[in-house]
Ligand binder design. Structure first.
Ligand SMILES: [Cu+2]
Length: 69
């Protein structure tokens, strides 16, 4: 398992936090996701054999938010 912390931009409330958490946990290979509003960040634990940081970023963008890295 690998853990990465992503800077997530555009979240304004706990509903956003819940949305980002949900889309990250839906990515195949993601073991866990902890999202915070202040600062906007997502700490994601994932299986590097099944997914990668690019896929995590894409899932966040598809949900309507932005990722700095
Ligand atoms: Cu919101």
């Amino acid at each position: 398992m690998e853990t990465v912390k992503l800077d997530v931009q555009g979240m304004t409330c706990q509903g956003c936090v819940a949305s980002v958490t949900r889309v990250l946990r839906a990515v195949p290979g993601v073991e866990g996701a902890a999202v915070t509003l202040q600062p906007g960040a997502a700490t994601v634990t994932f299986d590097p054999a099944r997914t990668d940081v690019a896929a995590l970023g894409a899932a966040i963008r598809e949900a309507g938010y932005d990722v700095a890295a």
